[in-house]
Ligand binder design. Structure first.
Ligand code: PHE
Length: 448
């Protein structure tokens, strides 16, 4: 039997830690910019509330009922069936994500170190270097990205080895509040820049004519990725939820905080970019955080301080997410294959060194090595995020809505109470009908 989180706050911090990651900080603003700002935000919020929360609750219910790893939960709840394959798919998907996400986490650490040493800004003022060239050097080199990937693997191992309470819960308790403090500081600064209101307007004033099918597809994909759904992550964490935890309330808090971080990022990036007249710049993932934002920092007094703070924020967000992704496999090896925690962590993380290195080199020396015309990094990302994630969520919904033992999900949602609340009924309806259909449509639509 898995240990439980030791406090309510710790449970929320760890789960929010998983949800809040690079998805909120660099994927969200890029998606919002490309999809009409406020219009996207609106659809995204609707996706989280209508679909994200019910699917999250499905995972919570399965995880707490099963109380073990993602495969074991299905085996325990529906013995003799093949539903465990859904859990297996989650383990594979999360492992694939781990192998490229850890590389990006490595880049954030690298940028943090280079912000502290000042290397990031050397040669910028006199024009002998640019952030574009720096990014080439830090991200596409043949040694540094690998070195930082290895460092991030080591940090993850350290936290994981300390266990659920002393490792995951403890570090989340420290890093999550810090993350929010840094975010608030950035929000205040960005919103008080001259001309900030124009950016805020773009981000918060919806233009409904911009909403079309592709906006909805992107928003749903973003919502699921950001909430860490469909990969057995929340199933695994929910095994650490004590009996008395109110699942509904937890899901609402976690999703709200996750959305809040995304919205705050929007309130930081759009005003900052418009204020410095950089609207034309790409807000696309890596360029946004590694080129556009450092450029913004150089135009502010205290350049280095802002840069250090920002990359700390990014690192905290990435670290608490990678831990949750790795924990899915660690729990599997511990419970299913009866390994000690130490051996499970070593078994899970050692191959990450190899696959992580291959991903790290994909941005540089191995960029020519392609499978289906994708680099190793992009292949992992595409297969896991665009295919396995929606497929896993869809299968989980079908199971929770139709095939799980009668009343099991509702019992979990009501903490055993015999009366079914209206909220429980709504969630069951969403799990049975709305979520599976919506996810299936998106899954098919993205191939067109
Ligand atoms: N939800 C995290 C984010 O927004 C990332 C994540 C994705 C974590 C997939 C686990 C699985 O960045």
């Amino acid at each position: 039997m898995a240990t439980k989180f030791s406090s309510k706050i710790g449970l929320i911090a760890a789960t929010v830690g998983s949800a809040v990651g690079l998805g909120n900080i660099w994927r969200f603003p890029a998606e919002a910019q490309g999809n009409g700002g406020a219009a996207f935000l609106l659809v995204y919020v609707a996706c989280v509330l209508l679909l994200g929360i019910p699917v999250m609750l499905g995972e919570f219910a399965i995880g707490r009922e099963g109380g073990t790893d993602a495969i074991g939960d299905y085996k325990r709840i529906s013995p003799g069936s093949r539903w465990w394959i859904v859990g297996g798919m989650g383990i594979v998907a999360s492992y694939m994500i781990l192998c490229f996400y850890i590389v990006v986490a490595g880049w954030t650490l690298e940028y943090l170190v280079n912000s502290v040493t000042g290397d990031l800004f050397s040669g910028i003022a006199d024009g002998t270097s640019s952030f574009g060239t720096k990014m080439q050097d830090y991200v596409s080199g043949d040694t540094k990205p690998v070195l930082y990937t290895v460092l991030m693997v080591a940090v993850n191992m350290l936290v994981l080895l300390c266990g659920v309470r002393k490792g995951i819960e403890k570090i989340s308790n420290v890093l999550m509040p810090l993350l929010f403090v840094i975010l608030v500081v950035f929000c205040v600064v960005a919103l008080s820049l001259p001309g900030a209101s124009e950016g805020v307007r773009f981000f918060l004033k919806p233009d409904f004519s911009k909403i079309d099918a592709s906006v909805v597809i992107d928003a749903l994909g973003q919502a699921f990725f950001s909430l860490s759904l469909g990969m057995g992550i929340l199933i695994t964490y929910a095994a650490y939820f004590p009996r008395e935890t109110r699942l509904g309330r937890t899901a609402v808090i976690v999703s709200s905080l996750d959305m809040l971080v995304a919205v705050m990022m929007g309130l930081i990036i759009f005003p900052a970019v418009t204020s410095f007249g950089m609207e034309g710049e790409s807000l696309e993932g890596a360029t946004l955080v590694f080129v556009t934002l450092p450029e913004v920092f150089t135009r502010m007094p205290g350049t280095q301080v802002w840069s250090v703070l920002f990359f700390m924020l990014l690192l905290f967000a990435a670290l608490t997410s990678t831990i949750s992704i790795a924990e899915v496999s660690v729990r599997f090896f511990q419970d299913r294959l009866r390994m000690s925690r130490r051996n499970a962590v070593l078994t899970v993380m050692s191959p990450v060194l190899i696959f992580g290195t291959l991903s790290a080199l994909s941005a540089g020396p191995l960029s020519g090595f392609r499978i289906f015309n994708l680099t190793f990094f992009n292949l992992l990302d595409t297969v896991a995020t665009n295919i396995l994630l929606p497929l896993g969520s869809l299968a989980m919904c079908v199971y929770a809505g139709w095939f799980a033992p009668k009343g099991m999900i509702a019992d979990q949602l009501g903490n055993g109470s015999a009366t079914r609340s209206v909220a429980t009924r709504i969630v069951m309806f969403m799990l049975r009908w709305v979520a599976p259909i919506a996810i299936a449509v998106i899954l098919v639509a993205q191939f067109n």
